[in-house]
Design a protein around this ligand. Structure first.
Ligand code: ATP
Length: 325
């Protein structure tokens, strides 16, 4: 009606947000610092494997987790240490919200797979709660909160392709001239990220060698030019040898991918997922089919990157008292 004030927005019954997994195109690990962390130079790419998080107003904070497409969620904590729940609580505390939510996570990303699934859950929970509580904090403020939960959370919020420095939380976007097609080979178990970093330190001490200087410029140039061969040649991961030492099957997985026609293969982050680069989405589908007899379909996923960061997928309003919304 002209001149009448805007009606109050309807109460929200639930919000569903999603956030992407990541692969590291470059992962350069500096020496261990006195505080136990390592300075990183990394290039993240978000890929089209997603976590979905639904938050619903509740009397107290709680969490449920569901695996999608065969994802084994056995290793996901269902207590206050779950990153999605920690994210919801942290946002409530900092924004002065005295309401609770139930958090339901649908996981498509392998658990403890080096693809930052837990961080994606936290990113999606932040976006979902921000929307449910109508806080409108903006991405940068959410990313600052997210960095308190884990170094990969800010990237889960921003998505796309970015150079990460510090512990990976300082992000600068990278231009990409083309999308990338991937096949991910999931491992049968997970690897603990701290254990992989510790093994990397141990190997460096034992050999007296640091990693060779990374090739950030080569990765950036390949991405800008959309040159898949140059990108394949520039992929590098300082944690790969350590991950392969802890899970000896990994080197064979990378080699099998190359033999089957992948442009390149690399351990994703701290592993044990292996990322195989293909020439196109169609080539990735063919590669996955060719690898099926070796690994089984349940261990293979195709995806493309870059994918957008965390965003709201669906907002469900409570019906108004008169039955109309
Ligand atoms: P990283 O970001 O360190 O590379 P990752 O991708 O290897 O991690 P994640 O699946 O993110 O592995 O989880 C690592 C560990 O974090 C799990 O083994 C689990 O104990 C804990 N965790 C906490 N919250 C979650 C969550 N929502 N989903 C998965 N794991 C979680």
């Amino acid at each position: 009606m002209p001149g009448s004030p805007d009606p109050a927005p309807p109460e929200l019954a639930s919000i569903t947000a999603r956030a992407p997994a990541k692969v590291n195109l470059l992962l350069q690990v500096g020496p261990r610092r006195d505080d136990g962390y390592h300075d990183l130079v990394t290039v993240f790419q978000a890929v089209s494997l997603h976590e979905e998080v639904t938050v619903t107003p509740a009397d107290e904070f709680g969490i449920t987790v569901e695996g999608v497409g065969g994802t084994d969620v056995g290793g996901v904590p269902l207590d206050g240490t779950n990153l999605a729940l920690r994210a919801a609580r942290l946002l409530a505390e900092r924004a002065g919200v005295d309401r609770a939510v139930h958090v339901h996570v649908r996981k498509e990303v392998p658990v403890a797979g080096g693809m930052a699934g837990g961080s994606a859950d936290a990113a999606a929970a932040l976006v979902a709660c921000d929307s449910l509580w109508r806080l409108r904090l903006g991405l940068d403020a959410l990313a600052e909160l997210g960095a308190e939960l884990g170094s990969d959370v800010p990237f889960g919020l921003h998505g796309r392709t970015a150079v990460g420095t510090g512990r990976g939380e300082h992000l600068v976007p990278v231009l990409t001239g083309a999308s990338s097609a991937w096949v991910f080979v999931l491992a049968e178990g997970g690897l603990s990220t701290p254990a992989v970093f510790a093994e990397c330190d141990r190997r460096r001490e034992a050999t007296g060698h640091d990693a060779p200087p990374g090739r950030l410029e080569a990765v950036e140039a390949a991405l800008r030019g959309g040159d898949v061969d140059a990108l394949g040649a520039a992929l590098s991961n300082d944690l790969q040898d350590a991950a392969c030492a802890l899970d000896p099957a990994l080197a064979g997985t990378v080699a099998a991918g190359r033999r089957a026609g992948a442009v390149a293969g690399i351990v994703s982050g701290s592993g044990p997922t292996v990322a195989l680069l293909a020439r196109s989405p169609a080539a990735a589908r063919r590669l996955a089919l060719d690898l099926e007899p070796l690994f089984g379909a349940e261990r293979l996923r195709t995806a493309t990157g870059p994918a957008p960061g965390a965003r709201v997928l669906e907002a469900v309003s409570t019906p108004s008292p008169g039955g109309r919304s």
